[in-house]
Every structure is written in structure tokens, then in C-alpha cells.
Design a protein around this ligand. Sequence first.
Ligand SMILES: *Cc1c(COP(=O)(O)O)cnc(C)c1O
Length: 355
Amino acid sequence: MSFNNKSLINKYKDYLPISNKTPNITLGEGGTPLVRSMNLGPSLGCQRLFFKLEGCNPTGSFKDRGMVVAVAKALEKKKKKIVCASTGNTSASASAYAARYGLDSIIIVPSEEIALGKIVQAMAYGAKIIGINGNFDQALSIVRNIVEIMDIELVNSINPYRIEGQKTASFEIIDDLGIQPDFLSIPVGNAGNITAYWKGFKEYFESGKSTGLPKMMGFQAEGAAPIVKGEIIQDPKTVASAIKIGNPASWTGALEARDESEGLIDSVSDDQIINAYMKLTRLEGIFCEPASATSVAGLINLVNNGLDMSEKTIVCVLTGNGLKDPETSQKNSGFSIQTVDPNLHEILKLLKNQK
Ligand SMILES: *Cc1c(COP(=O)(O)O)cnc(C)c1O
């Protein structure tokens, strides 16, 4: 098992609630790239903008960081089954680790709202998938009831081990930059991740690994912005399916992150999300999910409203991989493939017409 010494759990074991009874499992999660912006940041006057590419995790989203710890703890407790509600990525991650470590996974999803790539993953990994004619919040409430009556481990982010694993992304950012960023911009759905990042930043600060704390900037989609509006949204709506959540489980954690860091939680429109999503692909070569682009859309708004970020170190968390949601990409990329005969002359003609 010595190869597993490189696992996320092992790397940050001093900060994680694990013992020598916890299996040191891994699917290669964590260690994701922190990439400096080439064009988008400078176009906004931000010279030190970085993207944390969480779509590079094994199942294509940050959910793997938390899932590896949650599944390790489930194995330690000799559980045989795990269950989650999901807008897609949690189910992809849960079913991958379940397959690898011999657990059954049951996932409950809003049947009409899940991005194609994510549900395909859960199917491929062999999860038991139950679709409901309802939304994520309803799915989560059912899952909370299931674990009351069945011997099954809940692996949504209300499982504290998920938050513990996810906080390692903050450690990596500081390890890579050598210092804490001034601002951390992040999408907010169920609000587990903003809670986790803030916990991670505080723990690194307390152990002397950083000299201060970033301001946390969380962004929700306008049609799914319960925290911004201060009330539960019964029927949340947004193109960013991963954050289409009307009653976040970690609402309090998000407010604490905002208030303790003197940051903010604001909302962005679907048009602004898609604009940022397209800019990331066209200006940076980074293909993330619509939900992920919320962090960048929020930053663009702040700069347009006059916040001076020119001297600041900013990290935008890009939470998931663009391949998860091919339909949204296709809809917004704006052109189709031109097909011609396999003939040099025909192709040169087309290329000439383009420029
Ligand atoms: C889960 C998820 C989010 C939202 O994270 P929360 O912890 O629910 O706030 C954002 N983006 C992607 C891609 C996700 O999978």
C-alpha cells in the first residue's frame, strides 16, 4: 500500500479526523492545478488571478475530496451501502468510490434536471439510480429520512467528513501560492464547499501555515439565491444545475464564512454565468461547468462595479469539468460543423471564406 502514501488522506492526515483504523483509500483525488489567468484577469485589470481547476479530480469535480474521506469513514464503520441526493456530481463521485471499494451506492436525483455527463457517470459506475419528479431539496429531505430507517451511510455534505475532505483545497492553494490569497471566489449551492474552504483557511492560519485569511466571496445564481435573499426558494431556477438549490444545508456555514472573513455572498444572472463560462473557454482554454463559472461571473461584476482588485491575489474555484454538461456547451458555442468532401480544394475554399 506504499503507493497510497501519496493519497489526499495521507498527505493531510494531521488535519483530518482519521486514525490508524481508517483505511487509506484513494482514486487520485486532490492535487489539482492552480493556474494563473493569461487573458481574462489582465482584461479586468487583475494581474494576479488564479483558477483552481477542481474539474481535474478523478470524477471531474471537487466532490471527490470530500467523498474519499466520507467513504473511508463508512468503510471504517463497516457500512455496506452509501446513499446521497445529488444534482449530479455527488452521485458521480459516490458511485465511483463505492464501485472501487465494494459498496452499494444508491443515488436520488431530480430526474429532469441532471446534466447528461453526470448521470452517465453514475450509470457507468453501476449505482442504483432513482429519479424523482422533484428538485434537489426534496431529494435531500428523502435521503435524510432513509438513513433514519436503513443501515446506510449518508454521503451528502451534511456528512461532516465531506467538509473535512473538501477543506484540503484551501491547504493546496496556500501550499502552491506560498501565502493565502486576498480573495477566494466560489460558487454556492448547498454551501458545503464555501464552509469547507473557510474551515481549511482558518486551520492553516491557526497552525502557522499562513499569515492571514482571505475574504470569502460566494456567488449564487439569481434564480437560486436563498442566502442572498434571506429566504428559502421553493422552485429554484438556473442554467447552472449544480447550484440549483433553494434551501442550502450549510446555510449557517456560508454566513459564518462571509461574516468572519468580511466577505460577501451575492448573486449573478444566468446570462452573466454563461458569459463567464464562454470567456473561460475562449480566453483561457479552460472548460468548466456553468456552475463553476459563477465564481468568475461574480468577480467580473465586482470589478465592473468599481472594486479595485489590481494588486490583489484572487483565486476563483472552478468546481467541475465542462465535459459534464455537453448540452449547455453546445447550445452556447454558436456554431455547427461544416461538412465537405474529403478534398483539399474544398477545404481551402472554406478556410478562405472564414478569414
Ligand atoms: C456541488 C457543486 C457546487 C456547489 O457546491 P456546494 O458545496 O453545494 O455549495 C458547485 N459546482 C459544482 C460543479 C458542484 O458539483
